[in-house]
Design a protein around this ligand. Structure first.
Ligand SMILES: NC(=O)c1ccc[n+]([C@@H]2O[C@H](COP(=O)([O-])OP(=O)(O)OC[C@H]3O[C@@H](n4cnc5c(N)ncnc54)[C@H](O)[C@@H]3O)[C@@H](O)[C@H]2O)c1
Length: 384
């Protein structure tokens, strides 16, 4: 059967530009779908580098101005893989042009901007999604399934952290290529919007909405040279962020993130403790889900380390044979597969821009609480 072509125009050829391009290229080899992404154009400001990227990944053309990309009639889908301060403006223009939009996380610089983005895509009735890819690690998807089946019973605790160690040196500059995450004007916030946003999206998905939070943040290195101005400038991002939260289902949570945990590169973990069972997941061992069920027979009761590679595990029948694991890049392939299936079935897959807004509401409350020193209520999504 011939596939329906979906012409993709991607903005940004950095880290995410590569993960997304790989997903668009590979998805139809492993998933049987009506739609087929076509790598139509890559857009970035440096034309020569964009050309080299296009040649390496198989894009048919290059643009250096995203407005021109959006104006093109032969583009169906705009994929925003550029820094956070560019997301809103590009999404507004893409929605106005009636394009489908995939946008990197965090959706926006703050909740107010994200609200406007949700309004724009919902007014345009255009398919939209945010790249919170960790939902599609098979072990994490299985955690969702186990919770949905009620295996954990009432949830008491949610515990998440995301630890890195790459900004400890005070000689590291801020701003510009590769270091825009340290510049608050481009990133919006530090680890709260960059790393905790992932933990929050997963938590909202697995455990429902968060009512209120109390937080502390710290900026350990207060001034850094700015790559673009050459001047030493104040650092506006949070280097570390930790918060307590109360979920609407009555469970209590702790979240912690830092780029100052020496020895940790991308240690995203979560543990959920329920009345009957607990689960634990660790990005460094992403194909495993640790599961403890109190209802097991006493003598052999204990933590089970489930190897999520069987064909009845989420997504795994599309890959190799049982026992052989997959990795990080596959989460993006799964996300594209679900997005395309959503188009085909008319049942959009999440996380939508609306879901991305819910996470931005939580990060807003975290940053507000860190300033006020008080518990802050989390704004809730209004019904459509
Ligand atoms: N889902 C995830 O796990 C994940 C991981 C990393 C980054 N991200 C998000 O992805 C986005 C990009 O991050 P990254 O790590 O790929 O960054 P990066 O610095 O590796 O790449 C950014 C790209 O955007 C391009 N760019 C910047 N401004 C532009 C403009 N005005 N017009 C066109 N292109 C422009 C740059 O040239 C570069 O190609 C960010 O929003 C980030 O938060 C998500």
């Amino acid at each position: 059967m011939s596939k329906k072509k979906l012409n993709v125009g991607i903005i940004g050829y950095g880290f995410m530009g590569r993960t997304h391009s790989n997903a668009f290229r590979t998805v139809n080899n492993f998933f049987d779908l009506e739609y087929e992404p076509v790598l139509k154009a890559v857009c970035a400001r440096d034309g020569a580098k964009a050309k080299a990227f296009a040649a390496q990944w198989g894009y048919e053309s290059v643009e250096t101005d995203w407005k021109k990309l959006i104006a093109r009639k032969d583009i169906d889908l705009i994929d925003i893989a550029s820094p956070n301060n560019t997301h809103a403006e590009i999404a507004f223009a893409a929605a106005a042009a009636g394009k489908m939009i995939l946008c990197e996380k965090p959706l926006a610089m703050n909740g107010a901007q994200a609200e406007a983005m949700v309004k724009a895509v919902e007014k345009a009735k255009t398919p939209n999604m945010v790249w919170y890819n960790y939902r599609r690690v098979p072990a994490v998807t299985l955690a969702k399934q186990l919770i949905g089946e009620g295996r954990l019973g009432r949830i008491f605790h949610y515990r998440a952290k995301f630890l890195q160690d790459w900004t400890i040196s005070k000689d590291l500059p801020q701003g510009g290529a590769g270091l825009w995450r340290l510049d608050a004007k481009v990133a919006g916030s530090g680890v709260t919007g960059d790393l905790l946003a992932h933990c929050i999206d997963t938590a909202l998905w697995l455990n429902g909405s968060i009512d209120k939070v109390t937080a502390m943040t710290e900026t350990f290195v207060k001034e850094r040279k700015h790559t673009l101005t050459g001047k030493v400038e104040k650092v506006g991002i949070d280097d570390a962020s930790a918060f307590l939260a109360r979920f609407s289902n009555g469970s209590l949570a702790t979240f912690e993130s830092t780029r100052y945990a020496r020895g940790h590169k991308a240690l995203y973990t979560f543990e959920i403790n329920g009345e009957h069972a607990s689960i634990f997941w660790d990005l460094h061992d992403l194909h495993r889900l640790q599961y403890f069920d109190h209802r097991d027979e006493g003598l052999t009761r204990g933590w089970r380390s489930l190897h999520i590679t069987d064909s009845d595990h989420p997504y795994m029948k599309n890959w190799w044979v049982p026992g052989l694991q997959i990795g990080y890049e596959h989460t993006f392939i799964h996300q594209v597969a679900d997005f395309l299936r959503g188009l085909q079935d008319g049942a959009p897959a999440g996380p939508s821009f609306r879901d991305g807004l819910a996470t931005d509401y939580v990060t807003d409350a975290v940053l507000k609480s860190a300033k006020s020193g008080r518990w802050e209520k989390v704004k809730q999504l209004r019904k459509r």
